[in-house]
Design a protein around this ligand. Structure first.
Ligand code: KG4
Ligand code: ZN
Length: 387
């Protein structure tokens, strides 16, 4: 079977095509159209701008994804596929920019060999989620293909299965597992008893780890997104503590599995403001502060995750979300797991599959499809969609 997956929950327009037979899975295409440039001048994601960018990008991204998968075929008949009147009206009301592009695409190209369309329904930015859902529904309607709503957090978890592709069966001996999801919108520790059975052990009480990195980068004038910028500056730090920076590790010794990062951001802001202008603008200060910020976040994430892994005697630790693209975090996790819980398996998605993408949505849909557990009725955007 083939799945076409759509992800527009935040600022990336993503479409992927997955082909699967039993435990044999292949990602035929995985296109991510980043809006970073459009959002850079705002220092963060601006929802109505993100929605407009998705409207512009979805059809070109769909064409690229189908072409890469060898599924973009020109229509022979002059008429082509047409949206029905109701879908056209709905799109005209909600996504007028998209309607024009989609109509000409449908007239030009044949229905591709797709068996299921998957779309992120939440959590995320509501206007962005809606555009992906309306697009998926319109395609489902013209091509007469079932549409499956997918949870974005579950998709970040399942991105780990993409690294297990073609091991038989897909999830052999992984559970119970612990998943740490760290992104711009979420920081959660999730216990996975078995595939599809989740318990949230802890989460952030204020800012997400990625959000904290983004805000700190903004304080230092490094730009958006902050995580990669801070990682780059941190990598240049030579290890000499010239500025004697000391940052807190919020909640690190508390017995629960919750996190808090807003105090860390305040501590950075406080240190930054007390420095003379020349000092805080210096390369050395930015590098030392970036290093300290990254270490503080990594220390908390690793300590809490390992504590939960021991308490719940899990077989696997899997991480995911944009912050899991951080090389230092990946390396330190590997070391610590080896030292403290050597029998636990460590899974981490490829870097490009940590940040938002639609391949993770496709593999999640495939897993639900295998379980016979797809609910297509009444799909709505749900910015707080719980696992
Ligand atoms: O998962 P994601 O792409 O979108 C959300 O669902 O939020 O995560 C985006 C977050 C941003 O906060 C970004 O700064 C952070 O992931 N990020 C990183 C890295 N790459 C992206 N943080 C640390 N190191 C990175 N290499
Ligand atoms: Zn995400």
């Amino acid at each position: 079977m083939r799945i076409l997956a759509i992800e527009t929950s935040c600022d990336d327009t993503c479409i992927s095509i997955l082909k699967a037979k039993g435990s044999k899975v292949e990602i035929e295409s995985n296109i991510v159209s980043s809006q970073v440039k459009a959002h850079q001048k705002w220092g963060g994601v601006y929802p109505s701008l993100a929605k407009r960018e998705h409207q512009k990008n979805l059809v070109p991204v769909l064409s690229r994804a189908l072409r890469e998968a060898g599924l973009l075929k020109i229509q022979n008949s002059k008429k082509g596929s047409l949206l029905n009147l109701k879908t056209s009206k709905d799109l005209e009301e909600r996504e007028p920019l998209l309607l024009k592009k989609l109509s000409s695409f449908l007239k030009k190209y044949k229905k591709p060999k797709i068996d299921l369309i998957a779309v992120t329904a939440g959590p995320g930015l509501e206007p962005c989620l809606w555009i992906g859902i309306n697009f998926a529904k319109a395609l489902g309607d013209v091509w007469q293909i079932q549409v499956a709503p997918i949870n974005h957090i579950e998709a970040h978890i399942f991105a780990n299965l993409l690294s297990q592709i073609n091991s038989k069966p897909l999830c052999q001996n992984l559970f119970p597992a612990l998943s740490l999801i760290v992104s711009g919108g979420h920081t959660q520790l999730i216990l996975i008893k078995e595939l599809g059975k989740y318990g949230i052990l802890g989460e952030t009480r204020d800012d997400a780890a990625g959000e904290c990195l983004d805000k700190i980068a903004r304080v230092m004038g490094l730009g958006y997104p902050g995580g990669p910028k801070i990682a780059k500056e941190s990598g240049k730090y030579k290890g000499e503590s010239k500025y004697k920076i000391e940052l807190p590790r919020p909640m690190i010794h508390q017995k629960n599995y919750d996190f808090s990062f807003s105090g860390l951001k305040t501590a950075v802001l406080y240190d930054f403001k007390k420095r003379p202008l020349k000092e805080r603008a210096s390369k050395e200060y930015i590098q030392e502060m970036s290093y300290n910020t990254q270490q503080a976040i990594i220390d908390v994430l690793i300590l809490k995750t390992l504590k939960a892994a021991k308490d719940f005697k899990v077989k696997t630790i899997m991480i995911g979300g944009g912050v899991a693209a951080n090389k230092e975090l990946r390396k330190r996790f590997k070391q610590k797991i080896k030292e403290e819980v050597p029998k636990v398996k460590y899974l981490v998605p490829e870097i490009k599959r940590c940040t938002d993408n639609a391949a993770m949505v496709a593999i999640t849909a495939y897993s639900h499809w295998l379980e016979g557990d797809i609910k297509s009725k009444n799909i709505k955007a749900n910015s707080n969609y719980k696992l």
